[in-house]
Ligand binder design. Sequence first.
Ligand code: HXC
Length: 514
Amino acid sequence: MSLRSNILDLRKRKKEVQKGGGDKAIEKQAKMGKLTARERILAILDDKSFHEYDLFVEHSAKDFGMEEKVLHGDGVIIGTGTIFKKPVCIFAQDFTVAGGSLGLAHARKITKIMDHALKMRVPLIGINDSGGARIQEGVNSLAGYGEIFFRNTLASGVIPQISVILGPCAGGAVYSPALTDFVFVVENISKMFITGPSVIKSVLGEEISMEELGGAKVHAEITGNAHFYAKSEHECFEQIKTLISFIPRNNKGKAMPFPKKTPKKDFNIEEIVPMNPKIPYDMRDIIRSITDGSEFFEIMEHFAPNIIIGFGRMDGETIGFVANQPKVLAGVLDTDSSDKAARFIRYCDAFNIPIVTLEDLPGYLPGVDQEHAGVIRHGAKILYAYSEATVPKVTVILRKAYGGGYIAMNSRHLRADFVFAWPNAEIAVMGPEGAANIVFRKEIAEAEDPEAMRQQKVEEYKQKFANPFVAAGQGYIDEVIEPKQTRSMILHALKVSENKDISGPKKKHGIPPF
Ligand code: HXC
């Protein structure tokens, strides 16, 4: 045996294992419109940066004929590479090998790369394409999931954890993505559910397709499990790279700075918000009127669209935006929008990303449905998240800030660092119509012309309370500003907050209204 022949032998072995489940299975994967696990990794990472580990790991299961089976790489590829020249850890389940099902060796490979990511403080990307717990390996498969979930929790808030659902993600497998920070789904490809259609049919007698049960759209629009929705795998990979460009590599770092750009001239901030508080507008135009290059990377665009969350840059630095969307339900807070915003606020806080809040809302959504759906419990999450966050926090009140909405949207009272309001902002316990109807009920009822009296009282209320000056007079608002000053005021506030350093009372952890 010479070194040369050993090298040739190594190459042959690698080639054999890298074929995964073989040509037929790969063909089946392609027919489903899916890339292979290896193609996916190579498409996400910088060119030629991928290094694979544990290629030769084999399972040692013996039951149900498993001793006969060779499962290349045990159905998962793990390794390291770079994105924008910055290191990441990655794993991709290989559906061509036993349906990407998770056995003990498979799980050990995943936990090995997770441990590596946490130790090295670099982002972890997990590509899920699996039939779930490998049935033949019984409790060892369940143990594997448990080990993964524990590590997801341990790494939470330390390194970014990104899950990409590119095939089935069935049974308990769904809980790893659910514990991570960002979940990506792709039209017609992603399927995520705890109990599949066959179980539903046998237990409940109901027929439902995988797509209707847990397809990409379902998770992007209804359940809120997915943060990003793409029409193709390649579009999804571009989204992942964009996300990576906005976030720091770990909780001690800062996102990479970009060259400064001014907003585009197409967005004239003075012309976006109608004076009439009943007329809606698209808050994304306001965000684009103040971000570098008018760029905005929206997160959970299709879920609870009455609130907007996402990243933009100001003077080259990443900013987390939380903004009411007057175009949808007048921008009210409800159960889903509270959950959506609260989690994002906690993400920004954990990863040192300043938060800019743009406010225009009539309060929390009233109604029996919301009360019974737990708007008290869910609504409390946003209060908790803002109060707890110690990153720089700036609020701009554009128009309405009524009642609980005023308090919840990063008010001074929850420790906003800077609060600005536009001159036509209305800061009050409730809208003028509702307030006048309650406070002046008797006068209106007894008036000769109740409608005229009602109008008069509404006007009176507006003059007295529905403006920013009462709040400014109390110091709850730091400055009433002209709309055109918005970007420069935020930039100055963030500059001043650069070395912000505060801490609360010592505790093990709080008990947020999960
Ligand atoms: C072992 C599995 C498997 C599994 C699929 N395969 N899922 N092997 N354990 N969980 C194998 C199949 O036997 C087949 O092997 C190959 O993978 C491809 O699967 P197909 O069924 O041919 O593919 P497809 O028609 O595309 O259907 C994919 C699927 C289906 C929808 C995912 O395979 C399926 O329903 N699997 C079971 C899903 C499930 O119920 N998982 C939950 C497990 S319990 P061959 O050799 O024929 O190619 C669980 C609890 C964990 O996860 C709890 C943790 C907290």
